[in-house]
Each structure stands twice: as structure tokens, then as C-alpha cells.
Design a protein around this ligand. Structure first.
Ligand code: DQA
Length: 144
């Protein structure tokens, strides 16, 4: 099994970006954790990050053609992007929406997700371990 982990804008700043909210691990450190977990579960993990909306659309399209699933943290685009929503809608593989924080417990504009109702599931609020839980679902708990 091959998974794409796709991260959106400002997540390349993890580690120094509001660490009290997002934690102290860098994105690279999280990616290493995910690759370790993936190898335990027999999953090849490919990690991507972009600050650019259209690049995230292209990554979802590539993942649809080349992978068995997507772990997607679209970050701020979660709340704004019709283009990413449309990419998820025509994606041939399952997509899990992931957030480090719980957007429902934050500012009101973060309560609206354009992705939640078109993704297969949502994991939020567990810090970097939200990604691990998503990988675990694909590797262990997913039912077709
Ligand atoms: C986030 C939550 C979003 O509201 C925010 O814009 C982010 C990160 C999270 O992982 O908690 O950039 O997706």
C-alpha cells in the first residue's frame, strides 16, 4: 500500500509556528515518525507540502492515480478552497482530513470546512499524532 501525506500552507513552519498550539515537532520530524509507522504497517508513505493551492490540487490528482489513499491537512485552505474540495470529489482513493488542532474549538471561521463532508473521515485535535491515527486507519482499521 502507498499513501500520500499532503500538507498545506504554513505547515512547513511547524516547530516554530505557534508551538503552544501546534507543538514543537518540525514537519520533517513528523514525516520521519510517519515513515517509521508506515514501515511497521507495510505502508509506503510519500510526504509533500505546498503553500500553493493549485499545487495541492495537482498532488491530490497525482495521489488519485498513483496511491491507495491520502492523508490531507489542507491547513487554512480547508476553510476556503473550492478547488481542493473539487479535487477530493473526483479523487479515486480515500481521503482522510487531518488537523493537528481541533478547529471546532478555535475561532468561528475555522468551524467551516469545505472538505469534511467530501472526505472519508476527519481526525483532529491530537497534535502530530492525528497523522499517525490516519495512517493507522489505512493500515489496520480500514474496511472496504
Ligand atoms: C490546521 C487548522 C487550520 O485551521 C489552520 O489554518 C492550519 C492548521 C491544523 O492542523 O490544526 O494551518 O489545519
Amino acid at each position: 500500500m502507498k499513501l500520500y501525506v499532503i500538507n498545506g500552507p504554513n505547515l512547513n513552519r511547524l516547530g516554530t509556528r505557534e508551538p503552544e498550539l501546534y507543538g514543537k515537532k518540525t514537519l520533517k520530524e513528523i514525516e520521519v515518525e510517519l515513515m517509521q509507522l508506515g514501515s511497521e504497517l507495510g505502508i509506503e508513505i510519500r510526504c509533500f507540502q505546498s503553500n500553493i493551492e493549485g499545487e495541492i490540487v495537482s498532488l491530490i490528482q497525482a495521489a488519485s492515480d498513483e496511491s491507495d489513499g491520502i492523508v490531507l491537512n489542507a491547513a487554512a485552505y480547508t476553510h476556503t478552497s473550492v478547488a481542493i474540495r473539487d479535487a477530493v470529489l473526483c479523487c479515486a482513493v480515500p481521503v482522510l482530513e487531518v488537523h493537528l488542532t481541533n478547529p471546532n474549538g478555535r475561532e468561528s471561521f475555522r468551524k467551516d470546512s469545505l472538505l469534511s463532508d467530501v472526505c472519508n473521515g476527519l481526525i483532529a485535535g491530537f497534535g502530530w499524532r492525528s497523522y499517525c491515527l490516519a495512517v493507522l486507519w489505512f493500515g489496520k482499521y480500514r474496511r472496504d
